[in-house]
Design a protein around this ligand. Structure first.
Ligand code: PGA
Length: 254
């Protein structure tokens, strides 16, 4: 069985004191969590301080992006090597906000995934359709394109290390989550593609999270589905009580 994975994407929220308080109290509340993976993805400057808090806890640390070059004159960018040195094990790649506001394309997503994998970081690869694309029946086409171009040139062995986050753009930050049936349809389509391009074993072993307005109220109906391997959580990950409840639901369904 695939282990559930609950990741909190803090986005551009929290300052250092608030981030420390949140991580410390979650650590205290979630000491008994064993069966499900829990990851914090704070903004870059908070990564190392949060790592210092969670380093012996079993919780993971993820960045929200990386640049694909090794090092050099790239003002404002962060390399995989820097992320590893501050304690990261994961990195979110291709979030729809990066695609929308920062001109991220499937091609740059592909460069970033390759760099993450070569460096030993686990990429959480975000894919998903807009409302317009869903309403015009292009969901599968969009998912197919994002997967084909984003994962281009990756070996079977490399792909086995990624986590996919299906995040329909229309569900992110809107309070309107996708229904379990909608999520399962897309997750099954993703697995079908992986089966076609690689094999059954790979398709069955990759973890696919859902993201988009997951909260403490809808987490049960989503995380109780065997084909939803966890959640990528934005807004609700900033609230210790909500995030705690979602993680406990993930644990119970693991
Ligand atoms: P949300 O964000 O939970 O606030 O909808 C999810 C995400 O962007 O990963």
């Amino acid at each position: 069985m695939r282990k559930k994975i609950i990741a909190g994407n803090w986005k551009m929220n929290m300052d250092l004191p608030a981030g420390i308080t949140l991580a410390e109290s979650l650590l205290e509340k979630l000491t008994d969590v064993r069966k499900c993976d829990v990851i914090f993805c704070p903004p870059f400057p908070l990564l190392n301080p949060i790592y210092e808090i969670i380093r012996n806890s079993g919780f993971g640390l993820g960045a929200q992006n990386l640049f694909w070059e090794e090092n050099g004159a790239f003002t404002g960018e962060i390399s995989a090597k820097i992320l590893l040195s501050v304690g990261c094990q994961y990195v979110i790649i291709g979030h729809s906000e990066r695609r929308k506001y920062f001109s991220e394309t499937n091609k740059t997503v592909n460069y970033r995934i390759k760099k993450a994998l070569q460096s030993g970081l686990i990429p959480i690869v975000c894919i998903g359709e807009t409302l317009d694309e869903r309403q015009t029946d292009q969901t599968e086409f969009v998912i197919h394109t994002q997967m084909q171009q984003g994962l281009h040139g990756l070996s079977r062995r490399e792909i086995a290390n990624i986590i996919i986050a299906y995040e329909p753009v229309w569900a992110i930050g809107t309070g309107k989550n996708a229904t379990p049936d909608q999520v399962i349809d897309v997750h099954q389509y993703i697995r079908k593609l992986l089966r076609q391009w690689y094999d059954d074993h790979l398709s069955n072993s990759i973890r696919i999270q859902y993201g988009g307005s997951v909260n403490e109220e809808n987490a049960e109906e989503l995380l109780s589905q065997p084909d939803i391997d966890g959640a990528l959580i934005g807004g609700a990950s900033l609230n210790e009580n909500k995030f705690e409840k979602i993680v406990l639901i993930g644990e119970l369904n693991s």
